[in-house]
Design a protein around this ligand. Structure first.
Ligand SMILES: Cc1cc2nc3c(=O)[nH]c(=O)nc-3n(C[C@H](O)[C@H](O)[C@H](O)COP(=O)(O)OP(=O)(O)OC[C@H]3O[C@@H](n4cnc5c(N)ncnc54)[C@H](O)[C@@H]3O)c2cc1C
Length: 401
C-alpha cells in the first residue's frame, strides 16, 4: 500500500489511455496510467479488426460528429505517428463490393460526399494534398486483375487505395514504452475500486494504492460507465455490443490481399468484411450481438457467419481448414436509439477536471488526434501544459514498416 501524487491520472491502458499519456508526455506534467490488468491492451484494443480508417470509410462518418473529426484529422498524421512508434503501417487498400446497381448508387453517393467533405481547402476537416489518394470505381475486369480469386458474381468495387492495417497491440505497447521513456508512470495490476472527489483533487483508490490527482481521464473502455459513476460524472450512456471475429492462417494471404466489404443489408445487423492481418492471414467478421458487459460466450453462429462472409468474397477456397481462432471484443455503442454512434470525449458539466473518453467503433483509427484533443480539454479545465525540450518521440526498438 503506497501513495502517489500526480497532475493527471489516466484510468485504462488501452489505445485511448496510452495515446493520451504519450501526448501528455510532451509536456512538463506528472502523469500516471492506472490499469487493472498486468499488461497493456488486454481488452478492446487487442480484439478488433486492426483497420486504420484512411479514406472512404472515415469520409462517410457523419459530418459534424467527433467520430468524423478525430478520424479525418488523424489521416495525415498516421504515417509519421506509426513510424515514430516503430509500428508497421501497411496500406492494403479497401474494396467496397458492388453486386447490384443499387450498391453502385449507394457507393456513388458516398464517393461524391467524400470529395465534398474533406478534400477542398475550405472544407471543415481538410486533408492536405499528398495524404489522400482519390477513390476509384473498378469494373469487373479491373477488380479481377486486382483480386483474381474474387467471387465472379461481384460486378465491381469502389476502390480506396488509402486504407491501412496495423497491429493495435504493438501500437499500445509502443505508446506505453514511449510515454514511459518520457516520464509517465504505469501502474499495472491496479484496479480502480473507488474515487473520492475533493475540492481541488481526486483520490483514486485501487486494490494496491491511492493516487492523488488534480485531473482524471476516464479511459476505461467498456467499463467507463462504472468509473464515471464513482464521482457522478456519467453524462452518457452506451450499450455493449459484442463483435465476433475469425482469424485465418498465413496461407490465406496468398488468395486475397485487400480489405473487402459488402454494404449492410436491410434487416441484417452483422458486418461482412475481410481484412488482411498486418503479419499475414485474413481477419473476417463481424458477427454482432447486444450483450452484457460480462458475457464471455462465443456462440457458434459467430464462426458460421464469418465463414459465410469469407466464402461470399472468395468462394473456391477451403477456409474451414485454415481457421486459426475465433474471438470477440465488446465495444460501447452510443446513441443506440438512433443507430448513429459517436465518440464521447468531454468534461461533464458538474465535474470539472475530469475527462470521459469513450471510443467504440473506429477508436484505434483516432489515436493520433485523440491525445491532442484531450490535452486541449485539460488545458481549458486549468491544466498548465509547458512543452518539454527533451521529449523524444521515437521508440528505438521499433519494427520498421
Ligand atoms: C469487434 C471490434 C472490431 C473493431 N475494429 C476496429 C477497427 O478495425 N479499427 C478501429 O479503429 N477500431 C476498431 N474497433 C474499436 C477499437 O477496438 C476501440 O475503439 C479501441 O480499442 C478502444 O480503446 P480503449 O482504450 O478505449 O478501450 P480498451 O482497450 O478496452 O481499454 C480500456 C482499459 O481500461 C481498463 N480498465 C477498465 N476498468 C478499470 C478499472 N476499474 N481499473 C483499472 N483499469 C480499468 C481495462 O482493463 C482496459 O485495459 C473495433 C472494436 C471491436 C470490438
Amino acid at each position: 500500500m503506497g501513495e502517489l501524487e500526480v497532475d493527471v491520472a489516466i484510468i485504462g491502458a488501452g489505445v485511448a489511455g496510452l495515446s493520451i499519456a504519450r501526448e501528455l508526455s510532451r509536456y512538463s506534467v506528472n502523469v500516471v496510467v492506472i490499469e487493472r490488468n498486468v499488461d497493456v491492451a488486454q481488452e478492446m484494443t487487442s480484439n478488433n479488426m486492426g483497420l486504420v480508417c484512411q479514406g472512404a470509410d472515415s469520409l462517410t462518418f457523419r459530418p459534424g460528429s467527433l467520430h468524423a473529426e478525430l478520424n479525418i484529422k488523424s489521416i495525415p498524421l498516421w504515417p509519421k505517428f506509426a513510424e515514430e512508434l516503430g509500428v508497421p503501417f501497411k496500406r492494403v487498400g479497401g474494396l467496397g463490393l458492388i453486386c447490384h446497381k443499387a450498391d453502385y448508387l449507394r457507393f456513388l453517393k458516398m464517393y461524391s460526399r467524400a470529395f465534398k467533405s474533406s478534400l477542398k481547402p475550405n472544407a471543415p476537416y481538410y486533408i492536405p494534398e499528398g495524404s489522400f489518394k482519390p477513390l476509384q470505381f473498378l469494373d469487373r475486369r479491373s477488380l479481377k486483375d486486382l483480386e483474381p480469386n474474387i467471387n465472379p458474381r461481384i460486378q465491381g468495387a469502389l476502390y480506396d487505395p488509402n486504407l491501412a492495417v496495423i497491429d493495435p497491440v504493438l501500437l499500445a505497447r509502443s505508446l506505453a514504452e514511449n510515454a514511459k521513456a518520457n516520464g509517465v508512470e504505469l501502474l499495472f495490476g491496479n484496479e480502480v475500486k473507488t474515487i473520492e472527489r475533493k475540492d481541488t483533487y481526486f483520490l483514486v483508490n485501487t486494490n494496491e494504492t491511492t493516487v492523488r490527482a488534480s485531473f482524471v481521464v476516464n479511459a476505461a473502455g467498456i467499463n467507463a460507465e462504472s468509473i464515471a459513476e464513482m464521482v457522478g460524472a456519467r453524462n452518457f450512456s452506451y450499450v455493449p455490443v459484442k463483435g465476433i471475429l475469425t482469424d485465418f492462417d498465413e496461407e490465406t494471404s496468398e488468395v486475397f490481399s485487400h480489405q473487402a466489404f459488402y454494404l449492410p443489408r436491410l434487416g441484417d445487423p452483422h458486418i461482412r468484411a475481410v481484412v488482411p492481418i498486418v503479419y499475414g492471414g485474413l481477419r473476417v467478421g463481424i458477427h454482432l450481438d447486444f450483450v452484457l458487459r460480462s458475457d464471455k460466450n462465443i456462440p457458434l453462429q459467430g464462426l458460421e457467419h464469418n465463414l459465410k462472409v469469407v466464402k461470399e468474397v472468395i468462394p473456391d477456397y477451403p477456409f474451414e481448414k485454415h481457421v486459426k481462432r475465433t474471438f470477440y471484443g465488446i465495444m460501447p455503442l452510443t446513441n443506440a436509439e438512433v443507430g448513429w454512434h459517436d465518440f464521447i470525449v468531454d468534461i461533464p458539466e458538474y465535474v470539472p477536471k475530469w475527462v470521459n473518453v469513450i471510443l467504440g467503433p473506429a477508436g484505434v483509427s483516432s489515436a493520433p488526434m485523440l491525445g491532442k484533443k484531450v490535452a486541449e480539454l485539460l488545458m481549458t479545465s486549468g491544466l498548465y501544459l509547458t512543452p518539454r525540450t527533451d521529449f523524444n518521440p521515437i521508440v528505438e526498438r521499433g519494427v520498421k514498416p
